[in-house]
Design a protein around this ligand. Sequence first.
Ligand code: C2E
Ligand code: CA
Ligand code: CA
Length: 958
Amino acid sequence: MLRGRLPLKISAAAALTFACGISITAALFAAISELEYDKMSLSLQQRAGARVAAIEQGLDDAVELLTTTNQLFAAVPQVTRAQFQDFATPLLQRHPFIQAFNFHRFLPHAQRAAFEAELRQIVPDYAMTEMRDGIVVPVTTRASYLVVDYLVPLHSNRAAFGLDVSQNSLLAQALEQAIISGQTTASGLLTLAQGPQRGFLILRPVYRHGAPLQTLQQRRAALIGDTAVVVRADELVQKILAGADLLGEPQLALSVYADASADPRQLIFGHGQAPADATSGTWQSLPRWLQFPYHSHYERSFACAGRSWHVRVEAHPRPFLADHLGSLLTLITGLLFSVLTAAFVQSLTQRSRRVQLLVEQRTTDLKRSNELLSADVRARKQTERALRESEKRFRRLLALSSDWYWEQDANFCFTHITSGFSDKSNMPLERFIGMTRWDNNPEMRNSRWGKQHIAYLESHLAFSNLEYAMKDRNGQLRWFSVNGEPLFNELGEFRGYRGTGSEITERKLVEQKIQHIAHHDVLTGLPNRALLRDRLAQAMALSRRKNRALWVLLIDLDRFKFVNDSLGHKAGDLLLKTIAARLQTSLRESDTVARLSGDEFVAILSEQADEVLSDAIVQRLMHAVAQPVLLDGKEFFVTCSIGVAVYDMSRYDAPGDVTLHGETQNLIEQADIAMYCAKKQGRNNIKFYTTAMNQATLERLRIETALRNALEREQFVLHYQPQVDLASGRIVGVEALLRWQHPELGMVAPQRFIALAEDTGLIVPIGAWVMRQACAQVKSWHAAGLDKLRLAVNLSARQFNEPNLVASIAEVLLETDLPPACLELELTESLFMHDVALAVSQLHDMKALGVQLSIDDFGTGYSSFAYLRTFPIDVLKIDRSFVGDVARDADDAAIVVSIIALAHNLKLRVVAEGVETAEQLDYLRQHGCDEAQGYYFSHPLPAHEVELLLRSDINVAA
Ligand code: C2E
Ligand code: CA
Ligand code: CA
C-alpha cells in the first residue's frame, strides 16, 4: 500500500492542459471581445445614424415649411398681415419648435415713417429698433432697412417686431446665399431679440410679382424681402428626437452644430454629457492586443438649407458587463475549464502516478512473496525429502530390527500389522487381523496383568513394554513386547490404537537366566538367600490363607571346614553340590531348599493336604546327608545339625498376603538359633526352636548393644599374663588379654564377647585400642627398667581383613617407640582358611616391621602342618587343651611332644599355654618346651599387679 500522500507535483500534462486551456480561452476571449466591440460600434452607428437621419428630416421639414410659407408670397401678390397670420398660425401649432414666422420687408428710408406709423396701429409705441451687441436699441438712420414686418405669433416675439435686421451679417449672408442659389437657406446661429435662446433662421427671398428673376441682378432688383422661420435650435432638435423617440438613451451624448465643423459657438443642441475622454479608460491598461478598435463616437456632417450641419454622437461607457458578458463568461468559463481540466489531468496523472507506484509496490510485494513462496516451496520440498528419507529410514529400520508396526480399530481389533511381525514371530498374520490381542492370547482375560492392560485400553491410555508370551507355529514359546498409543481424530474421538511390537524371546531368556543367577546359588543351583526370602514369604502367606503348618529348617554341615581345609576347595565344592542335590531330592517338589551361605542350607516345608509335617521328614533329610560321599576316591561321612522353626500362624494374624521381610527373617533366625543349640548339643542333631532359645539370643543382642558403646565408655581394661622362660625360670614376656568391665554385667569374659565383636566387626576398633594400650604399657615398663620384656597381642582373623592393619601397627610402634622385636602377634589358624595367598603376603608385610608372629591355640584347628613351612612364623603356642591332659592322656602327651619336635625342627619357639600344675610344667620342660604360661605361674593380672611381679624378679619356674 501507498503510505501517506504523494507530494503535490504539477505534472507536465496538467501544465500543458492548463496552458492550452488558457490559450484557447485567450483566443476565444479576444475573438468574442472583438465581436462585442464590433457590435457596440455598429449599434452606436445605427443609433447615431437614426438620430442624424431624424435631425436631417426635421431640418428638411422646417425648410419645407418655410418654402411653403414663401410660396404664399409667390402666389399672392399682396399678402396681408392677416393672411400671413392665418397661414402661419396652424403651422405654428403643428411645429412648436418654431419661434416665429417672419416676413422681412425690404424698406427704403423714405417709407420708414409710413411704416412706423402703420406698425403703431398694431403696437402703439412702436419705433424701429435694431440689435447691437445683443441688445435691442433704436435704429440708426440708414438708406434702407430690412425690418420684421409680419410676425406670428406676435405676443411672444414682441421684441423682434419691427426690428431692423439688415445689419445682421449672418442674416444678410444667408439672404445673399439664398438669392444666389435660389434655395431656402439657413442662417448661422444667432442671438434672438425675443429672448435668451439662440436660434437660427431659415429664409427665402420674396420677389416682386412679375419681375424677371433669371439673373442675379434681376433677382436683386426684384427683391422685396424674405420669409423666415425663426427656429429655436435646441428645441427643434429636441422635438425631432423626442418625436422619433430617440432621446431615451442617457448614455448617448448628442451634439448638433450648425456648421460643418464642430465649432462650439455653432452648437445648436447638446444632449447628455460627452464622456470626458473617450479613448482613455478601462482599456488603457490592457495589453495592446486586447485593445480593440472601438469607436465610441460618431460624427456626421450633412448639408441642408444651404449650409453644413454637423452631428456628433458619443456613447458613454456602459457598465462593462453589459457589453462584455459573453467574453467575460467565455473568459471565466475558459479559465475555469482550463483550471478544472488541468486539475482533472493533474488528478489523472497523480492517480496514474499513484497507480504506478502502487503497481511498483505491488510488484515488489509480489516479488517478495514470490521469493518467500519459492523459499517455502524449497523448504517444503526439503521437508518432504527429509520426510521421505525418514520414512525410508524408518522402513529400513523396521525391516532391520525385530520391530513391527500395528494398528487397531476402536474395538481393539488389529487392522494392520507390518510384515515384520510374521517374519519375526513365526506366526501367520491372518491369525491376528480382525482379532483383539486377547482373542489369540486367552490368558490375558484371566490374568491380572491382562485385565489391567484391557482396562488401560478402555481408558484410552498409552502403554509401553507390555510383555507376553505366545506359542508359535511350532509350539515354541515366544515372547513379545509391545508399545501403543491411542488414536483420536480431529474431533477428539477415539479411533483406535497404533504402536510397535518386537520379539524379545532371546532377551527374555537372557533375563530369565540373569534372574535365575540373581536368585540362585551358582555352585549348587539352589535358590539363594534373596529367592529364599521370596519363597518363604509366599509360603507363609499360603500357610496363613490355607491354615496349614509351615516349618523352616536350617541345616548346617558339621565339620565342613575340616574337609575344605584338608582336602581343598574343589573337594569342598563337590561336597556342597552333592549335599545340595541330596537335600533337594529328599524333599517334595512343593518344598524349597536354598543355600544360605557356606555350608548352611534352609528348607521350607509346607504342610500338604495328603501329608502332615512330622519329624520323619527331618530325619529323612538328615539321613540323606549322612550318606557317605566319595571325595578324592575316599569315602567321607558328613553329618549336619538342623534347627527347625515352626511357623505359628496365630502369631501373625494379619490378613491377606502381606508378609513382612521381618517375619521371614525372624523365622530364619529362629531356625538358626535352634540349629546353634543343636550344634552345641554335640552336632548331628535336630532341635526345634523354643522361646527359651530366643532368650539366649536376646542376651546376645543385649551384649552386642552394650559392646558397641564399651570402647567410648572406656569399659575395657587389659590384663597381662606372664610368659616364663623354662630354662631360666624368668618372666620374659606378657600376653595382653582383654577385659570388659560392664557396670551391670560385671567383668565380662572374652569368650562371651570376642566372637560377637568379630561378628559385628567391632573387633577392629577394639583390637586397635588393645594394640596401642598394650604397647604403651610395655614401653613404659621398658622405660622403668624392665627392658627386653616381650609383649604378646592377640589378633583376630577379622582384623586381617582390614587393609591398613600393617600400617596401623607400624604407626603404634612409632608412636609408642616400642622396639618391634619386643612385639609378638598371636594369630589363629582360621586365618589361613580363607585366602592363603593374601595371608602370606600380609604376614610378610608384618614380618617386615620386625615383629614376631606366633600361632595361637595350635593343634585345635584343622591344622595343616604344610603352611608352617611357607609362613614366616616364629612361635607355636600349644593349645591348653593338650597341656591340660598331658599328664593323664597319652595321646595328648604324644601330640605335645610331636608339636615341640616339629616346631624345633622348623626353628620355631614353643610356648605352652594353660600350665596349671608342676607335673605339666615338668613334662613340658622334660620335652624341651621353651616357654610356658598359665595359672601355675600367674593368672592374667592388671598392669600394676603384673608390674610388682615383674619387679620382684623371682624365679617363677622354680
Ligand atoms: P587365649 O589367647 O588362648 O588366651 C589364653 C586364655 O587362657 C585366657 O583366657 C587366659 O586367662 C586363660 N588361661 C591362662 N592360663 C590358664 C590356665 O592355667 N588354666 C586355664 N584354664 N586358663 C588359663 P581369657 O583371658 O578368658 O581369654 C580367652 C580368649 O579370648 C583368649 O584365648 C583369646 O583368644 C581371646 N582374647 C583375650 N584377649 C584378647 C584380645 O585382646 N584380642 C583378641 N583378639 N582376643 C583376645
Ligand atoms: Ca592368646
Ligand atoms: Ca590360646
